[in-house]
Design a protein around this ligand. Structure first.
Ligand code: GAP
Length: 417
């Protein structure tokens, strides 16, 4: 985990939040490479689950919602974790974490005396307007889901979609977690990619199975995650959220243990009933596949991180890599090579996310690109000036081949699929 965190910082994937002021615990910022990776994941998800399908449409709803939403959805009452405090060192912990991870012993002082469990609501509160009283209280949404439920009628009326159909959304969610941590695994502010899939009650089991297979295929086929690195686990009755009748988690084997990556829940008609929404006299039921962006990034980094003999290589699928191709002149102090390489770079940069590098020697540049997952490197050398060919080097096999500049675009397009 330390190696991944340090690579993220060193290469600009993830920085500690507010770092120059000493940071703010459990907040993180995505850097130049991190934001490209995040955007690639979100675009891939949106294409696969919204654009390529006729039965799912997207929305983007407001983070601040009328507090009545959270009363009706049950979050004001039920979205809470059991909190205990160590009587000696006053560390606060989730009661279930204390039992499962720490064997009822305080991780701070090894004490065994704790306060009674009390329910701690995870929603962040804020205020609208100049007066911070009860009447002006609003909440930062703890899930994107409710924005889709409250827009159910608006979406159905404007699209005229018939059951089964879905609404999808990508957006921020906020949770005042009692024990956040493990890098970007459990944070206070994160992004969710969620689908609310509306069905007739009789279809819930087959739809659940369908989405379970879809989520697995997203992980394995779209993201390239090794199927041996995650497992599917069904929730015990006692673990189920207040709205769910059946939930499974996709759990990833992170370096710190096997923990939740994604969830799939049968939310019954709980939400639409709570908001008093129906369609042609009946209340649709809901299957909800939910995907956390930060946990996707963490799983991808863990999965793709390889240490080989003398290099570190991130073997991300080309579609996810922040840069698709790096272009180098063999020597930075030979203007004719730099000029030729610049021409190749200019030719490629509109079609592929390309990066220029002329620092250090070629070997170092290759390794530097391997570490940030760039699938291909192109070097212009003295032969290039004679015959218009370049060296194309493959990240995973490290093989190098001579390619005509005129064929570069076609070859890259084929191999970057
Ligand atoms: N609408 C359903 C829902 O919100 P959830 O299991 O509470 O379900 C969905 O959250 C996903 O959001 C999780 O599977 C995880 O990927 C992500 N997630 C939840 N809490 C998180 C946190 N504190 N930090 C990072 N990601 C989180």
């Amino acid at each position: 985990m330390q190696k991944i965190i340090s690579l993220c910082k060193r290469r600009g994937f993830v920085f500690p939040g507010s770092e120059i002021y000493g940071g703010l615990a459990n907040t993180w910022d995505f850097g130049p490479l991190g934001v490209e990776l995040v955007n690639n994941v979100k675009q891939l998800w949106w294409k696969r689950f919204v654009k390529d399908r006729e039965d799912i449409v997207g929305i983007s709803s407001a983070i601040l919602m009328n507090p009545k939403v959270w009363a009706a959805s049950g979050h004001l009452k039920g979205f809470a974790d059991p909190l205990v405090e160590c009587k000696k060192c006053h560390i606060r912990l989730r009661a279930d974490h204390l039992k499962e991870s720490y064997n009822n012993q305080c991780p701070g002082c090894s004490g065994k005396d704790f306060t009674e469990e009390r329910q701690f609501n995870l929603m962040f509160k804020t205020f609208i307007g100049p007066v911070d009283d009860e009447a002006s209280t609003v909440y930062l949404r703890p899930e994107t889901a409710q924005g889709m439920f409250v827009n159910f009628a608006n979406v159905q009326n404007t699209t005229r979609l018939k059951l089964p159909f879905g609404i999808a959304q990508i957006g921020k969610a906020f949770r005042n977690e009692i024990t956040p941590g493990n890098f970007i695994f459990r944070v206070l502010e994160f992004e969710q990619m969620e689908i609310e899939y509306f069905i007739e009650e009789k279809d819930w089991e087959k739809t659940f199975d369908y989405w379970q297979a879809e989520m697995k295929s997203w992980l394995v086929d779209a993201l390239g995650v090794n199927p041996g690195n995650f497992v599917i686990r069904e929730h015990e009755k006692s673990e189920l959220s207040h709205y769910s009748k059946k939930t499974i988690d996709f759990e990833y084997k992170y370096p710190f243990g096997q923990e939740e990556l994604y969830g799939l829940a049968y939310r019954t008609d709980f939400d639409l009933k709570a908001h008093k929404l129906s369609l042609e006299g009946m209340v649709p039921h809901v299957i909800e596949p939910t995907f956390g962006v930060e946990r996707t990034i963490l799983a991808l980094l863990c999965d793709a991180h390889n240490e080989e003999k003398d290099r570190v290589v991130l073997k991300l699928k080309p579609a996810l890599a922040p840069y698709k191709v790096a272009v180098f002149p063999l020597l930075a102090n030979k203007p004719e090579l730099v000029e030729k390489a610049r021409k190749v770079f200019e030719m490629l940069k509109n079609d592929f996310t390309a990066v220029w590098d002329d620092r250090g020697n070629i070997g170092k540049r290759y390794y530097s690109q391997d570490e940030i997952a760039t699938p291909f490197c192109i070097t212009c050398d003295f032969d290039t000036l004679q015959d218009d060919t370049v060296t194309l080097r493959d990240r995973d096999s490290m093989k190098q081949e001579r390619i005509k500049i005129s064929e570069l675009k076609n070859i890259l397009s084929e191999r970057l699929l």
